[in-house]
Every structure is written in C-alpha cells, then in structure tokens.
Design a protein around this ligand. Structure first.
Ligand code: SF4
Ligand SMILES: [Zn+2]
Length: 380
C-alpha cells in the first residue's frame, strides 16, 4: 500500500487530500482544497495562492486516474464544489473525472443543509450515485458510522472515517475529528491500524479558559493513538498556528514511534503558510492595489511564487537539499527545460525520497537527465 498526501496545512494549504494506491485500485480520499479566507485580518498571500493553485492542479491530474473517491464530509476543503471560491476545487473542472469513479461518501442524515446540497451537486453534475458508505464494509476496507467533527456541539456536524487494508497493513484516514472525542479514538484503535492520518485540534480557536477541557482531551487522545500506532500523522486544523506546530513538536518528543506532519511523512520540509501568513506579508510585501485583485487572478503569481521560496530559505523556514546548488535539475529548471514542480516538491523542501538524492548519498552513478522520481527524461 502506497500513501501519498497531496494537500494539508504542512504542505501549505487546508485539507487532508490523500491518495492510497493498492495493488489493484487507486483511491483518492477527500479531493478538496481551501486556503482559509481570512487569518489575522489578511487574505491568503499570493505565494500561498500560487502554491494552492499548483496543488489544485495535482489533485485534478490525479483524479483522472482513480478508481474510488472517498469523501469524509462535504466541507469545502474536502470535496469539489459547484460554487468554489478561487482557492477551492471547482466541481466543473473535475466532474468528468468523477464520472469514471465509484464515489463513496458520508450520507445525508445528520448533515447540514449546506453539506446535503454539496452532496447533491456532485450527484447531479456527474450523473453518478454518491454511495452512502457509512458503516459499510467493502473489498478493501470499511467506513465508520458518522463521528463528531470536533466538539459534539452540533447535531449536523459529523464526518466519516475510512479504514483501508491490504497485505496485513491497515491505514486509517480520519478527517476533522480533531482528536476531541474518546469514542472516536476507540473506533480507530478497534481497527488496529499501522498508520493513521488525522486532523489535530484547532488550538487557534481554543483561546478561552472554557476550552481547557477540549485541549486536555485532544492531548490525551493523541497520546492514546501514539501509544498504539506505529506511524501517526497529525495535521490539518492543528497546524494553522505556531502554537499548533509547537504542540506537535512537543508530542513527538514524548514518543519513540513516529509522529509526523503530512509534509514530514512525505519526506519533505513543512511549509506552514497559513500559520506564517502574517509574517509572509511582512517578508514579501504585496504591491499596493494588488490585494483586491487576488480573487480575479490578475496578480503576478509567478513572480510571488519565485520570490516566496527565496524568502522561506532566507528566513530559515526551509532548508533546500544539500545538492541543490550543484544539481542539474536546478539548471534545467532555471533554463526553462523543466517545470518547477520538481524543484518545489523535491529540491527546495529537501525531499529525501528523491532518487537522485539517494544515489548521490551512496556515491552511485545517475545520469543528469534522471528526474527526482527516477524517470529518465530523454529530451533533456
Ligand atoms: S534533484 Fe534531488 S538531489 Fe538534486 S537537488 Fe533536487 S532533491 Fe537534491
Ligand atoms: Zn477540514
């Protein structure tokens, strides 16, 4: 089983978009993305918009080749939308891909009116049945009955968790549970997972003394999971603030087994662009008058994209691969022969999964035209 996380806060955007590749099937869980409309009084920075746009394109490409799409719930950062804002994934763009998939999703009951409408939008746009998967077993796993989306304070705010198993290995995807409810953690543990991807608590919302209990529950539940699961990936709500980033770092120190952010699981340096939004505006100021134009996409995103990466390096927020300055992949990119995908997903974020990096470290020969994923590109 191969798991790839495409979108999450540690990768620069909101969501928990995740691909699971089995021997015979490819599954996409939560194909959605958002940027957080306003944080600290700021709209998304153009660098974050540029990163979000790249991840959105990756989601669109991957959706063209999947067998199953699982939707844990119908919040805008977890599914395509009919009325997507410019930072989200438009249903129009992906509806033809969705027509070729089996769509397994959270049901209508105990769902808000907005979520029900979004579910119906997908069914109508694709002409396909959106199967209510709650509580069901299927050939590669099972789905939970609805569990609470964070604190149990609303009767229409629930999510569905997925268990996927193959060859004695079990993965659980648990969007937006925020580690608050102990019964939900019992359910995850009953599935005996080897690996869990879960949303951590939104500490940036828990600022009042009355939230202390929620904070304590989240920490206790995180420890319970970490005690039993070999690989625990905590991301999403937790990593929208510096405090959340510190919370995760401190939890990691308590456990010998692996606790990771999504970016770390993917072998790369995290880029917490929402948590850093205020600083981004200071480090890379936005030109006067442009802040009204983001939504219309008139801004020079290409320029902000280039400068944004430089700023993160200068500020010590990321450390590029140690071979970056001598690597032919950098030269090819700068001369326009390669798209920036490779350096932004490997070189600039020190991605240890790079095949070139691994061979370089072992001192083994590899040709200049080998890409970071090991493909040989004949026309370089
Ligand atoms: S291609 Fe690989 S080895 Fe070269 S700089 Fe990028 S990550 Fe490092
Ligand atoms: Zn979410």
């Amino acid at each position: 089983m191969k798991i790839r996380i495409l979108g999450a806060e540690s990768l620069g955007v909101r969501g928990l978009a995740c691909i699971v590749e089995l021997r015979q099937r490819k599954i996409f869980i939560d194909p959605g993305i958002a940027l957080g409309w306003s944080r600290y009084g700021f709209l998304p920075h153009p660098f974050q918009i540029a990163i979000g746009s790249e991840i959105k394109q990756q989601i669109v490409r991957e959706l063209q080749m999947v067998d199953d799409v699982i939707i844990s719930h119908f919040d805008g950062d977890h599914c395509p939308l009919l009325n997507a804002n410019p930072y989200q994934l438009s249903l129009d763009v992906v509806k033809s891909s969705l027509k070729n998939c089996r769509i397994l999703a959270r049901g209508l009951e105990r769902s808000s009116v907005v979520q029900q409408r979004r579910r119906n939008d997908i069914a109508e746009a694709t002409g396909c049945e959106v199967i209510n998967a709650e509580g069901r077993e299927i050939e590669f796993g099972a789905f939970s009955f609805p569990v609470t989306h964070g604190p149990p304070d609303r009767a229409d705010n629930f999510v569905m968790m997925s268990r996927i198993s193959e060859a004695g290995e079990t993965f659980v995807h648990a969007s937006d549970i925020q580690l608050i409810d102990s019964g939900t953690i019992d359910k995850i543990l009953s599935w005996k997972p080897d690996r869990v991807l879960v949303s951590g608590p939104p500490l940036y919302h828990y600022t009042q003394p009355s939230h202390l209990g929620l904070r304590q529950s989240a920490l206790q539940n995180a420890r319970r999971l970490a005690d039993s699961v070999a690989e625990l990936i905590i991301d999403h709500h937790l990593l929208r603030s510096e405090e959340g980033i510190r919370w995760l770092e401190s939890l990691k120190k308590e456990f010998d087994n692996r606790i990771l952010s999504a970016a770390e699981y993917m072998g790369r340096e995290p880029i917490y662009l929402e948590a850093w939004r205020k600083e981004l505006y200071r480090w890379l100021p936005v030109r006067a008058g442009e802040d009204d134009e983001f939504i219309e996409e008139k801004t020079d995103f290409c320029n902000y994209r280039l400068q944004g990466w430089n700023v993160l390096i200068e500020r010590g927020k990321i450390k590029p691969c140690r071979w970056y300055y001598s690597c032919p992949i950098r030269r090819y990119t700068e001369s326009g022969k390669l798209e920036r995908y490779w350096i932004e997903n490997y070189c600039l974020v020190g991605n240890k999964n790079c095949k070139r990096f691994q061979l370089e470290e072992k001192g083994e020969y590899h040709p200049d035209n080998m890409l970071p994923d090991g493909q040989i590109k004949g026309d370089l």
